[in-house]
Design a protein around this ligand. Structure first.
Ligand code: ARG
Length: 588
């Protein structure tokens, strides 16, 4: 059985709460002690501002209260007697003995001390979701990488996770694709690169159609035959016309085949690919149900859900569930989709990893869902954009706007070139493996190390650098930890008890123990960058330790302790990177 670990942070919180309860002070309602990692590590490892918060409520001197509490607190087995700093912070310094024990426990635990979720949930994660025949743009890239990371972490914490790729495989773009397909599809090009050919067709028709509409506006012509033809094709498709259905089906199939190559490169899998079209049959009855319940009403020929009195949901912008032409769109499909997730998959939570521009859509969807009578926890995990190195659109070497496939290929190529230069004596296969791990890892890490809401610049130089907060830097730190074990003659055995004598050993052990705090914290506000910066700190702590403390030349328990620190660092780096979908290799 796994030992059920409690982090130092939680333990300290409990001890501080006990001391407060025993202090005889009257605590305000709902007063909660919080402990945080120390802002300034010169004063300790953790701190609490509880005395300051309480002093304010009790109208007493915060420093005096902090001193009183620090004296009374029983932190035996965890920390040295707490000290008081500044206006009334109470600081804790974890003892080497407690850290040594924790190190032993971590190594005995396959989850490295990370506590399982207190209440495991069924969580549906909706991510990636590109659109057939449309460009897979940077928003989809960000969604894919962030969504996969969140899924991995939620699973690691013991939740039941269902990943669903809600492909945009139904929609008005098919009017143009069908028209273009019939006018001049290049079969050869379709076989060679389906996503590109469908996109070409779509773009060509779109451009011609737009040109005609412009000409009408300019008074140069009176009709828009292309737009009309596209509409007619779409109506035929929606009515189930066999020829159009067959073309549509082929478009979807070839697109999925093309997408699966991308997901393969990214090491990303989905449990389901229930695209928009999957819900078609449900839409008429769903709309009738909402109308009958009085949730939707007609407005200017369309059937809408309104959000009267809720300006943040767009007082004036209703959720259109049946258009004037009788068709259904994105809103209706999303209602059917969430119903499926709640009723069939029993979702307690549904997370949508979709760009920030869709936040109004999701606020409206969530509100409509609740009024309809379903109450899962619903979260829109939004994110910003990626900019090219020039701060504008991203471009490839050849100067075209990027397709994801080319981008990932280029990442591997560039990584391979770096590896080639650093370590020419590796075998061809090793180099290919490392090129993949480093190239794809670099792209993912660049994404995950940013706060998801900030726009960031895409930079090959930066992401492939071996110095700095990058995937290669962390992968290289892992390789260094493995190098120690390769040099070991004899079996890799390092039984406790451990002794942490040097400050760099203590600091590394403390940093290792914090993995258990950081992994769950990522899900609090969906911030993979917390894990990234943690791993970066860990790699730095390891390098300082490794410079200060010889491992193989040490003896006895000093050597065992140092090997244990190396092994734990190695496992935390590997596990942490894997939680971001990033591979490690034994050499580089
Ligand atoms: N296909 C949509 C787009 O590209 C994203 C879909 C997100 N998921 C959802 N259930 N709406 O914008």
């Amino acid at each position: 059985m796994r030992f059920l670990p409690m982090t130092f942070l939680v333990l300290l919180q409990q001890r501080a709460a006990q001391a407060l309860a025993a202090s005889g002070h009257v605590l305000p309602d709902q007063f909660q002690v919080t402990v945080d990692p120390a802002a300034d590590t010169r004063f300790g490892d953790y701190q609490t501002n509880a005395a300051m918060v309480l002093a304010k409520a009790l109208k007493t001197n915060p420093r005096a209260l902090a001193t009183e509490l620090a004296e009374k607190m029983d932190v035996s087995g965890i920390s040295a007697q707490p000290t008081v700093a500044g206006p009334g912070f109470i600081n804790f310094t974890i003892t080497p003995a407690a850290l040594a024990t924790r190190l032993e426990e971590m190594l005995a635990d396959e989850k490295l001390g990370v506590p399982p979720a207190a209440e495991p949930k069924t969580i549906v994660i909706d991510f990636s979701a590109p659109n057939v025949a449309k460009q897979m743009h940077v928003g989809h890239i960000r969604s894919t990488i962030i969504g996969d990371c969140l899924a991995r972490i939620a699973r690691f914490l013991g939740h039941t996770v269902v990943t669903d790729n809600h492909i945009g495989d139904w929609g008005t773009q098919f009017g143009m694709v069908l028209h273009g397909w019939k006018q001049g599809l290049n079969e050869e090009a379709l076989l060679a690169d389906p996503i590109r050919e469908l996109l070409r067709v779509y773009k060509a028709v779109n451009a011609e159609s737009k040109a005609q509409e412009e000409a009408v506006k300019a008074g140069e012509r009176t009709d828009t035959p292309i737009r009309d033809a596209c509409r007619a094709e779409l109506v035929k498709l929606q009515a189930g016309d066999p020829e159009n259905m067959a073309i549509w089906k082929r478009c979807v199939d070839v697109s999925l085949a093309g997408l699966s190559l991308i997901y393969q490169k990214l090491d990303i899998q989905f449990d389901h690919y229930l695209g928009e079209s999957f819900y078609n049959d449900r839409l008429p009855s769903l709309v009738a149900e909402l109308e009958a319940k009085g949730l939707a009403r007609e407005s200017e020929g369309a059937l809408c859900i309104f959000f009267d009195g809720q300006p943040e949901l767009g007082d004036k912008a209703p959720f259109i569930i049946r258009k004037t032409d009788g068709g259904y769109g994105y809103a209706t499909t999303d209602l059917a989709t969430i119903e499926h997730r709640v009723k069939v998959w029993q979702a307690d939570e549904v997370w949508y990893v979709v760009g920030a521009p869709q936040s109004l859509h999701f606020s409206q969807l969530f509100d409509a869902t609740r009024r309809w009578g379903m109450h899962p926890r619903m979260e829109h995990v939004a994110f910003g954009s990626i900019l090219g190195e020039d701060g504008r659109m991203m471009k490839t070497r050849s100067g075209e706007s990027v397709g994801l496939q080319e981008l990932l290929g280029e990442a591997e190529e560039r990584a391979l070139a770096v590896v080639q230069e650093k370590n020419p004596e590796l075998t061809k296969q090793e180099k290919a493996e490392i090129g993949h791990a480093v190239g794809i890892g670099a792209v993912k890490y660049m994404e995950l190390s940013q706060h998801r809401l900030t726009d960031y610049k895409f930079s090959w130089e930066k992401m492939l650098s071996f110095n700095g907060n990058t995937a290669p830097y962390l992968q290289n730190a892992y390789v260094r930890t493995r190098g120690i074990f390769r040099k070991l003659d004899g079996p890799a055995e390092f039984p406790g008890p451990y002794e942490l004598a040097e400050e760099s050993e203590r600091w590394l052990a403390l940093t290792l123990s914090r993995f258990a705090e950081v992994v769950p914290s990522v899900l609090e506000d969906f911030r993979p960058n917390l894990l990234a910066s943690y791993l970066f700190t860990l790699a730095q702590a390891f390098h300082s330790f490794f410079e200060a403390c010889p491992v193989l030349r040490a003896e006895g328990q000093v050597r065992a302790t140092r090997l244990a620190l190396c092994e734990a660092t190695s496992r935390v780096l590997r596990t942490g990177l894997n939680l971001m979908g990033i591979r490690v290799t034994e050499r580089m």
